[in-house]
Structure formats: structure tokens, C-alpha cells
Ligand binder design. Structure first.
Ligand code: ARG
Length: 461
């Protein structure tokens, strides 16, 4: 057996460079065990259709099981002459079962419906692993948020001081998008629950095989309603690539915060030794490489998504060989994330926060100016006017190099008669934080509620 699944109408063998271009075992071999599962299910469908006797079915199943064990043990490997995972495994089957029996299995199926099915089986398993990795990061964020509850930090917009917020609130703001990525995986999982097996090359099979039987054998809920779509569609692969890319972006944004927090100038957090690296020349350095690799890999994950979409765009129905290009980007995105997620969880879980420094910086940059305006609104001043008065107070302080909380009662009246000394009561970071007590707000009570809401969701990942 040659490991090539065609040849009858060809006078000679493929040119060497043609074969080198065509060959995919170097990356599709990871689908071998799914291919064997598909073959077992297909053998059952052939028996159910009366195309295999019980004995033949038993013989084929036995050979497939033996081949499966040899694959798992690494004893059976693709040969240099095998074109793809399907060809390699058929060669292996024929070696074990002989050409008479082994050659019967291919009836009524095509590599087109096989590969489409294998990819879905793989994506289901692999994306669930990614979800488990997401869970680790979300748990690390939750734990940090729980143990640091009460710590106040400068909240920023445009990277400029905005309003004081709880550190826990900020940490949880990174957890929710990750949770949504996990939800996206669950949602994708439902769409992946449909088997293309039985679509054959594109038109379905004339041999009376039951695609639903194969689907259920393989653990799918149903089989595809359209065999052309079953072999030609790769939107689910693209969707997986999108979820990976979005996850990469979410991890990258978290990483960027960590990188900034760990600068000397910010000094909000310190990386654990186990999750940082040194410099070969500068002895003082402690570099946030985990975070930087996450940020870098996000670019790669986006590239995998856009590359795959570009491959798909403009492809006529049904199967085209271009579709073989779907696997490497998807495999790469998933491989990268499975390396990255545990490291992210480790880095996040071991970050140490300088909460005293954060609290000290929290009221700086006039971050309580909104509290002044809100206080005026509670004194029945229209917000537009309140905004003006608070802005004037900021300008007043800026010119004198003082903070809002340094203002004396006289200075307050000088800025505006509306500003009575009671306004100073709201000029504390604790008061500011705890006054934002609506659902989703930064008040301790709300963040506590968020912690338990998130905890419930984590168990659903
Ligand atoms: N290796 C191909 C792929 O990954 C499947 C083989 C289909 N080949 C074909 N000539 N129809 O998509």
C-alpha cells in the first residue's frame, strides 16, 4: 500500500515538488485518533447498510482498534510517502487487515467529509481545553480581587487620572471579558455538534449509509442537513479562530495593565520571581515577559484569524484544496493559548500589589472633581453649572499647586459661593468609591456582590 488514495486514472506518480506541496501529515497527524473513531463509526454504517458482513465488520473493527493502539503508542507513524492522515491510516489498516478487507472501508466516504468531521471533533475537545485554561485565569483574578477587597487605586480613562476605583473592581473588569470568551466557546460547541460524515465528496452517498448513525456514534447530536455545506463550510473553524483572537486581545489588555503597573513610575504591583525574567546585562531588571508574550501572541492570533478568513473568501462551493490551509492557523492559535493561559494564571495569581502607593495616588490628578460636581447636584445646582464650578476649583488648585482637599473654606467661597465647607466631606477616596453604589459600581458593597456573581459563573465554564 502506498498511502495515496487515488491513482487509477494517472499514468505516473506525482512530481516530487507536487507531492511536497500537497502533503499534510506533518500537521494533520494530530487528527489521527479522530480519523480512527470516524472509521469505526463508518464501518458500523457499512454493516447497517448490508455492505459489510458481521465477520468483516468485526475484522475491520479489530484492525482499527489495533491500529489505534499502535498510533497511541507512537508505533505507527506516517511514512514519507503518505499524503495525509487519511491515506496514512488506510495504509496502516490494509497492512493489518489485508487489501481485501482493508480496502472495503473507503466505500461511501470521502476525505472531504472525513476532514470536515475530524476538524469539528478536534475543535470541540481543544476549545474545551482552552475554556479550562480561561477558567484558571478568571479564578486567579477572582482570588486577587477577593483578597485585595478594599484597596483603592486611581481609575483611569485615556490613561489619565479619572476617578478612584477599587483595585478589585478593576481586576474583575478583566475577568468578565474572559468569562464571555468562555461563553463563546460553549456557544460554538453547540454549532460544532453537527457531523458532516456521510456528505461524502459533496453530494452524499448512494450506498444507503445513515449519516445520523455515524453522527451519534461519534458523539454528535445530529448530522448536517446539507452535504455540500457539510464539506465546504469552514465558518466554524473561523469562529474558533475568532474566539482565540478575541481571547488573545483580552489577555493582551490585561497584560498591558500589568506591564504598566510594574513600572518603577507606577509601582502598583510587583511580579513574582517565578513569573518574570532578568536581563543578561542589567542586574536590576525584572521583566514582565509573560505579559509581553501574551501581548505579542495576540498579534499572531489575530493573524491566524485574518489569514483563515482570507483563505475562505472567494472559494466557490464545494470542497477546494485551499481548505487544507484551515488547519495550521487553528492548531497554532489553540497551541499558543494552551501554553499561554497557565502562565497568565500563574503571573496574575502571584502579583503583589502596593496598595499603600495606589491609595496615595488615587486622589491625585484632581480625580475627585466629579465628586465635587455630584455634591453640588445634590445641593440642587444644575449639573452644567456644577461642572463649571468644579472645573474652576481644579483650575484654582492647579495654579497654586495644591489638591482639591487642601482648599480652605475661604478659598472655596472665593471659587464659588455655592461651595460650602461641607463639600470637603466628599473629598476622600473612600467616600468617593463608596458613593458609587449602584449595580456594577465601584462601591465595596457592589464589588462584593460582583465577586459572588462571578463565582457562580466560573462554575459554569
Ligand atoms: N487533506 C485535505 C484537507 O485537509 C483533505 C483531503 C481532501 N483532498 C482532496 N483531494 N479532495 O482538507
Amino acid at each position: 500500500p502506498s498511502g495515496r488514495l487515488w491513482g487509477g486514472r494517472f499514468a505516473g506518480g506525482a512530481a516530487e515538488a507536487m507531492f511536497a506541496l500537497s502533503k499534510s501529515t506533518q500537521f494533520d497527524w494530530r487528527l489521527a485518533r479522530y480519523d480512527l473513531a470516524g472509521s469505526r463509526a463508518h464501518a458500523s454504517a457499512l454493516r447497517a447498510a448490508g455492505l459489510l458482513t458481521d465477520d468483516e465488520h468485526a475484522g475491520l473493527t479489530d484492525a482499527l482498534n489495533r491500529l489505534d493502539r499502535a498510533v497511541t503508542a507512537g508505533e505507527f507513524q506516517p511514512a514519507p510517502t503518505d499524503e495525509d492522515v487519511h491515506g496514512a491510516l488506510e495504509r496502516g489498516l490494509i497492512e493489518l487487515a489485508g487489501p481485501e478487507l482493508g480496502g472495503r472501508l473507503r466505500a461511501g466516504r470521502s476525505r472531504n467529509d472525513q476532514i470536515a468531521t475530524l476538524l469539528r471533533l478536534y475543535l470541540r475537545d481543544a476549545m474545551r481545553e482552552v475554556a479550562a485554561g480561561i477558567r484558571q485565569v478568571v479564578e486567579a483574578l477572582h482570588e486577587q480581587a477577593r483578597t485585595n477587597l478594599g484597596a483603592i487605586m486611581p481609575g483611569r480613562t485615556h490613561l489619565q487620572s479619572a476617578q478612584p476605583v477599587l483595585l478589585s473592581h478593576h481586576l474583575l473588569a478583566h475577568a468578565w471579558p474572559l468569562l464571555r470568551d468562555a461563553e463563546r466557546i460553549r456557544d460554538l460547541d453547540r454549532r460544532l455538534d453537527v457531523s458532516p460524515y456521510g456528505s461524502a465528496a459533496l453530494a452524499g452517498t448512494s450506498l444507503g449509509l445513515d449519516p445520523e448513525l455515524v453522527a451519534h456514534d461519534l458523539g454528535f447530536g445530529s448530522s448536517v442537513p446539507n452535504s455540500i455545506d457539510g464539506t465546504a463550510a469552514r465558518d466554524l473553524a473561523a469562529e474558533a479562530a475568532f474566539v482565540c483572537a478575541q481571547l488573545g486581545v483580552d489577555l493582551s489588555r490585561l497584560s498591558e495593565d500589568v506591564i504598566i503597573w510594574c513600572t518603577h513610575e507606577f509601582g502598583f504591583a510587583v511580579l513574582d520571581d517565578a513569573w518574570s525574567t532578568g536581563s543578561s546585562i542589567m542586574p536590576q531588571k525584572k521583566n514582565p515577559d509573560v505579559a509581553e508574550l501574551a501581548r505579542g501572541k495576540a498579534g499572531r492570533l489575530i493573524g491566524n484569524l485574518s489569514g483563515l478568513l482570507a483563505t475562505l473568501k472567494g472559494l466557490p462551493l464545494a470542497y477546494n484544496r485551499d481548505l487544507q490551509e484551515d488547519k495550521e492557523p487553528i492548531f497554532d492559535s489553540i497551541d499558543q493559548l494552551l501554553i499561554l493561559l497557565p502562565a497568565m494564571a500563574g503571573m496574575v495569581g502571584t502579583l503583589r500589589f502596593d496598595t499603600a502607593r495606589m491609595a496615595e495616588l488615587a486622589p491625585k490628578g484632581f480625580s475627585l472633581a466629579t465628586d465635587v460636581a455630584d455634591w453640588l447636584v445634590r445641593q440642587r445646582v444644575p449639573f452644567a453649572e456644577a461642572h463649571e464650578i468644579s472645573g474652576a476649583a481644579v483650575r484654582y488648585c492647579e495654579q497654586r499647586g495644591i489638591e482639591l482637599s487642601d482648599l480652605t473654606p475661604d478659598q472655596l467661597t472665593e471659587i464659588s459661593p455655592r461651595l460650602s465647607p461641607e463639600v470637603l466631606d466628599v473629598l476622600t477616596i473612600e467616600g468617593s468609591v463608596n458613593s458609587r453604589n449602584g449595580r456594577g459600581g465601584t462601591a465595596t458593597e457592589q464589588v462584593e456582590r460582583q465577586l459572588s456573581e462571578l463565582l457562580d459563573k466560573i462554575t459554569e465554564i
